[in-house]
Design a protein around this ligand. Structure first.
Ligand code: SF4
Ligand code: SF4
Length: 348
């Protein structure tokens, strides 16, 4: 790990430097929301953003991507998808860095998902630490995801109006910092500014329900027959928004498109789907093994807190708060976990 300083005034030049090698994808405002999209003008960069609606992990798994093209009635004629320009993902919150690391565990484990791996392995990632919680529903202080040592090449700490103290975690991150000519090594004064930033963060980030990950997992595991699932899912409209906005939800379906292209090839495409949709657990015979909204809500939370722990030894929820923030029925994880921990957390 090396630590550097980047003056805020040098940010546009750094973006220009990155864009020579990568397609820079960064948070920008669009009407009332923020989103990660290709940054064409550094002036559009918005680093002081509340959470984006779609998480940056989706950049590596775009909805509707062509997995391969094929000659109908001719098995074995599949062609690999075309190569794309590698991505520099810029300004990723620490909870979303954790989200990408969960996706890596899923998609880069055998059997490796080649489309994900191709995008992910070429990517350069610049994270940013938040000065305080970005939306009221987030759980990052409880989940410990307001800090991370995972995934990023460079991590920005916005210590004041003039500069970022930047950690270089990977050789590539440090090489880029050096080659750009825009970074200088951090000094004693910069470290002191970082200490002040840390102290301010500690005042801002307060755990909401205060359970260790294993304790929360045990409470969720014991709640299978709890009526809270019925009560909490009462207003759910099964829209699946909570799945789509989640940085660690990873289910997909595929569809083949056979209105043939000019070159005579069909396409197999991948689309996002999610366990809160009514049809998700419906099987060919017509049976739906999670027919009730309460079963689907319970499954989503068990998938994060119980099955994630069993399979990976870590929670599948990184505490970003999106599922509650963007739920049209105001179903919030923080209230569910609050009830399970005996510390009720409610919002107006
Ligand atoms: S976003 Fe809310 S209403 Fe929509 S499926 Fe999820 S919990 Fe239900
Ligand atoms: S379950 Fe909700 S709070 Fe947890 S990572 Fe997914 S969207 Fe974020």
């Amino acid at each position: 790990m090396r630590d550097w300083v980047l003056e805020r005034a040098s940010l546009p030049s750094f973006i220009d430097f990155l864009s020579k090698r990568w397609k820079v994808v960064a948070p920008q405002r669009r009407n009332e929301i923020h989103e990660f999209r290709e940054l064409e003008d550094p002036a559009d960069l918005c680093l002081d953003y509340p959470t984006t609606m779609l998480p940056p992990s989706r950049v590596f798994l775009p909805d509707g991507e062509v997995l391969y093209r094929f000659q109908p009635n001719s098995p074995g004629s599949a062609a690999a998808a075309a190569e794309e320009r590698p991505i520099a993902l810029f300004g990723v919150h620490t909870c979303d860095l954790e989200g990408i690391s969960v996706m890596d565990e899923i998609y880069l484990a055998a059997p490796i998902d080649r489309a994900y791996a191709r995008r992910r392995e070429g990517a350069f990632i610049v994270g940013i630490e938040c000065a305080g919680p970005c939306v009221e529903e987030n759980l990052c202080a409880d989940k410990g995801t307001n800090h991370t040592e995972r995934v990023y090449d460079l991590l920005l700490h916005p210590v004041d109006e003039k500069r970022f103290v930047v950690w270089g975690r990977t050789n590539r991150g440090n090489d880029v910092a050096e080659e750009s000519g825009l970074f200088r090594p951090a000094t004693h004064q910069d470290h002191a500014a970082l200490d002040d930033f840390r102290a301010a963060q500690a005042r801002m980030f307060r755990p909401k329900f205060g359970l260790r990950p294993d304790e929360l997992s045990a409470r969720v595991r014991a709640s299978w027959d709890d009526l809270l699932w019925v009560a909490q899912s009462r207003l759910c409209i099964s829209c699946g928004a909570c799945n789509v906005v989640c940085p660690t939800c990873h289910c997909f379906t595929t569809r083949d498109h056979l209105p043939i292209r000019e070159d005579g090839l069909g396409e197999r495409c991948r689309y996002w789907t999610g366990c809160q949709l009514e049809s998700f657990a419906k099987v060919a015979s017509g049976e739906n093994f999670r027919e009730k909204k309460s079963q689907r809500l319970r499954h989503r939370i068990f998938k994060k807190e119980v099955y994630g722990m069993d399979r990976f030894g870590r929670s599948g929820c990184v505490g970003c708060g999106r599922c509650g923030h963007f739920c049209p029925a105001d179903i919030r994880l923080v209230e569910i976990f609050g009830q399970l921990s005996g510390k009720e957390v409610t919002y107006a």
